[in-house]
Every structure is written in structure tokens, then in C-alpha cells.
Design a protein around this ligand. Structure first.
Ligand code: LLP
Length: 423
């Protein structure tokens, strides 16, 4: 459910008509609904309320806008971060360091050190050597009389096919993530001996936009067996990070497991584990909370179907070009008429095509339209390719709205570039 609805034939974000935002801020622009974020944050929390101990770490890669992070912090969420930059954002938004989990297969020594100094709550180790480096950095700090053993869990690759797009599948053995589950017990034993590490459990994340809970449940089953094995070997296991991955409906007829279905499955799969369960939801929080508002530049006759050329492009919303992703396209003020069209942006690549031969609201040059379900992995993956301005972001809250990220102009970008004097 979201808060983008038609009132008197005009699409609104909560109480704000989208044409008002287009007139004030221009297009393309991402528009977020604060009420939708809050609702999703609460629905997800509620779905897990039957579990004994839960830590919610919003996967900020999905939508790291500072205002969104503040909103999630206000909802009591911590953060799952995957870079030093995301950590800086989470802290800047007012999230507590202890509530931050640091995931990622390529944390640099500098990032590990910065996160130790910030006092984050957990490092999710992706390989043994990372654990050794982290332990050394922490031990060094302890000798200097600052800091403590680094709280960590070991990310395990359960070798489960999540059944999602190959580029966002992470839990098969050929993927770069985690350590092979068969190697985990011996590795855990070696890492647990290191002075600088406080190894508390295990983590997994098998992929994103999961439309079926069965692979997750299978993976959780393997993790449960691993937890028992580790305990039998004498280790104290107090945390299991179950990652993110719950999908959202991108099309009206998509049927996906709900957060409640997910919560029930988790309760079943983790019964008796006696650990703090950690969750890293991203898309399920942010996906339906945003749209990309765009204006039609031309309707260009095509040999098969007309091309609706909009002022948003693959640099603003990369998902269709990267993953052949579907985003519903609807007119802001539809007339009721329909047309079959291709939808494309102005970037000079055929890949800059959002849809082919799609049945859509009839639009004309100058009309406003939106790509729906663009709140997750939208603005955050935007670039300035073709020297297009970096797309701005607006947050709506009831009848208020604010620009929460400026449009970054080519002039501003040029100001950060240098022509050496020898040219
Ligand atoms: N935790 C870890 C360790 C992850 O790698 C991810 C996503 C998440 C949590 C959050 O997953 P979610 O709940 O959002 O599914 N750009 C792609 C999605 C990449 C997801 C990467 N990892 C897309 O636009 O579909």
C-alpha cells in the first residue's frame, strides 16, 4: 500500500498534487511519501513482533537520502551499511553507532578502522582475512586504551538459489558473498580465538526482490543447523543476521509474500534459536514509497509503436536498463484513453528504454507521468551520464513537501573538475 493516489483525476503524493511539485522543482524528480515510509517501517516491525529479540537495520543502500534516514531513525531503525560513506550518512542522520551493522564484501582497512572508531554495533565478516585485519585493528586500539573488541558475525553463503534476477542473487556458492557454509565451523573456531574480535554469531543474505519464501526458509534451516553445530563446539551464539530481500509488487498483478507471511515463516524457521535476530530490509521499506516524476518531451512516431520520450532517463532510474526491471508508468492526469507505446529517455543508448510495446495511459508532449515503485534503488543509483543534472528528491509529508536533495547542475559538476595548466 502507498500514498500515491488520484484525487479529482490528478495523481497526488499524500495531499500534494504532483503538478505542484513539478512546477516548483522541475522534472525529472523523485517524490517520496513520508507516510508510506512510516507505514512500511511499522508493518515490518509488527510482522516480527512475535519474535523474542529483534534488531531492525534498514538497508540504507535502497534509499540513503538523509531525510529518509532521519525518518527511519525516528521509527527506531538502525542501519545496514555497506561502505564508509553509508556509515557517515547513517551517523549524520542521527542513527546510533551501536545500531549500525557493516556488511559488504570489500571493506577497506580504512573503512574498518573508521567504523571501529565510530563504535558501530556489528561487523559482518565476509572472509577470514577480514576478521584477522579487524581483530588486529581492534587489538591495537585496545592497547592504546581506546575501544573494545570488535563485535562481529560471520557471513555464511548457504548455497541456495533465491530465484531472483541473477544480478541481485547473492546466496549461491558461485557468488562473491559470504564463506562457504561447510567451511564456517572451522573458520569460526579460528576467528573466535582472536583477542580483538568478539564473534557473536552468523549472517546471511541470499538475494533481493525475493518473490518466494521457500529459498529463504531453506537457507534459514541451514543456518539453524550451523548455529547448533557451533554451540555444540562450545561457541556462544547470541546473534543471527537474516539479511533483507523481501520483494515488492512492481506490477498490479504481482503476488508477493507479505511482511506478515515473512514474519510467520521466520518465527517457524527460527523457533528455539534463542538469539537476537537481525533484519536488513531495504526495498520492502522504500520501494513503494517513491515515484519518479517525469515530463513527456515528445511522442515520436515509431515503425512499430510510438516512442514516448520522457525527460527521465537511465541515468536517473537505472533498474530497467540493468535488470530489465518493470516500473509501472502512469499519467499524472489521465484522460482515460490508452495507447501502446515504447517509453524511452533522452540518453544516447538504445538501452535507455524503460518499456517496449506497453499499454499505457495516452500521453502527449508536455504531460506529466510517473514511474511507480521507484523509492528503492532509484535516486541512489542515479548518475550524471550524458552530463545530465543529478536528479533531485522531494519528500512529502501530509500537505507539506521539501526538496531533500537538490538537482546538481552541470555547472556544479564542472566546478569539481580541473583542466591542468599544461593543456
Ligand atoms: N543486506 C544485504 C547484505 C544486501 O546485500 C542487501 C541488498 C540488503 C540487505 C537489502 O536487500 P533488500 O531488502 O532491499 O532486497 N540494485 C538492485 C538491488 C541490489 C540489492 C543489493 N543488496 C535493484 O535495483 O534491484
Amino acid at each position: 500500500m502507498d500514498h500515491f493516489t488520484y484525487r479529482n483525476g490528478v495523481l497526488h503524493a499524500e495531499d500534494v498534487p504532483l503538478p505542484v511539485i513539478a512546477a516548483a522543482v522541475g522534472t525529472p524528480v523523485y517524490v517520496y511519501s513520508a507516510a508510506t515510509f512510516r507505514r512500511h517501517a511499522r508493518v515490518f516491525r509488527e510482522a516480527l513482533s512475535g519474535l523474542p529479540r529483534v534488531h531492525l537495520a534498514y538497508a540504507i543502500k535502497a534509499n540513503p537520502n538523509l531525510a529518509v534516514l532521519r525518518l527511519m531513525a525516528n521509527e527506531g531503525y538502525g542501519a545496514d551499511v555497506v561502505s564508509g560513506g553509508e556509515m557517515v550518512r547513517a551517523l549524520a542522520a542521527g542513527m546510533k553507532a551501536e545500531a549500525i551493522v557493516f556488511s559488504g564484501v570489500g571493506k577497506t582497512h580504512g573503512e574498518l578502522a573508521a567504523a571501529l572508531d565510530a563504535g558501530i554495533g556489528q561487523f559482518n565478516l565476509e572472509l577470514e582475512e577480514e576478521g584477522e585485519v579487524l581483530a588486529r585493528l581492534a587489538a591495537q586500539r585496545m592497547r592504546e586504551g581506546r575501544g573494545q573488541r570488535a563485535p562481529a558475525v560471520l557471513r555464511v553463503n548457504p548455497d541456495v538459489d533465491a530465484g531472483t534476477h541473477a544480478k541481485i542473487s547473492t546466496g549461491r556458492k558461485q557468488n562473491k558473498f559470504g564463506v562457504p557454509i561447510a567451511d564456517a565451523p572451522a573458520m569460526f573456531a579460528r576467528l573466535a580465538k582472536l583477542d580483538g574480535l568478539d564473534l557473536r554469531g552468523v549472517a546471511l543474505h541470499i538475494g533481493s526482490q525475493l518473490a518466494d519464501l521457500a529459498p529463504l526458509e531453506a537457507a534459514f534451516g541451514r543456518i539453524g543447523a550451523l548455529v547448533r553445530e557451533l554451540r555444540t563446539a562450545g561457541h556462544t551464539i547470541t546473534r543471527v543476521d537474516l539479511g533483507g530481500g523481501l520483494g515488492v509488487p512492481y506490477r498490479e498483478d504481482d503476488v508477493l509474500p507479505t511482511p506478515a507471511d515473512y514474519g510467520a515463516m521466520v518465527a517457524r524457521a527460527t523457533a528455539g534459536w534463542d538469539v537476537e535476530l537481525q533484519f536488513e530490509p531495504g526495498r520492502v521499506i522504500a520501494g513503494n514509497a517513491g515515484v519518479l516524476l517525469t515530463r513527456v518531451i515528445w511522442v515520436k512516431p515509431g515503425s512499430v509503436a510510438p516512442y514516448v520520450i520522457v525527460d527521465a532517463a537511465m541515468n536517473d532510474l537505472a533498474r530497467p536498463a540493468l535488470y530489465d526491471a518493470w516500473h509501472d508508468f502512469v499519467a499524472v492526469a489521465p484522460s482515460g484513453a490508452r495507447m501502446t507505446a515504447n517509453i524511452a529517455g533522452p540518453v544516447c543508448e538504445s538501452g535507455d528504454t524503460f518499456a517496449m510495446g506497453r499499454d499505457i495511459d495516452t500521453v502527449h508532449a508536455g504531460d506529466l507521468a510517473v514511474f511507480r515503485t521507484a523509492g528503492a534503488y532509484g535516486a541512489t543509483m542515479a548518475s550524471t551520464y550524458n552530463s545530465r543534472a543529478l536528479v533531485p528528491e522531494v519528500l512529502v509529508d501530509g500537505d507539506r513537501y521539501a526538496v531533500v536533495a537538490d538537482r546538481v547542475s552541470p555547472e556544479t559538476m564542472i566546478a569539481a573538475e580541473r583542466v591542468p595548466e599544461w593543456l
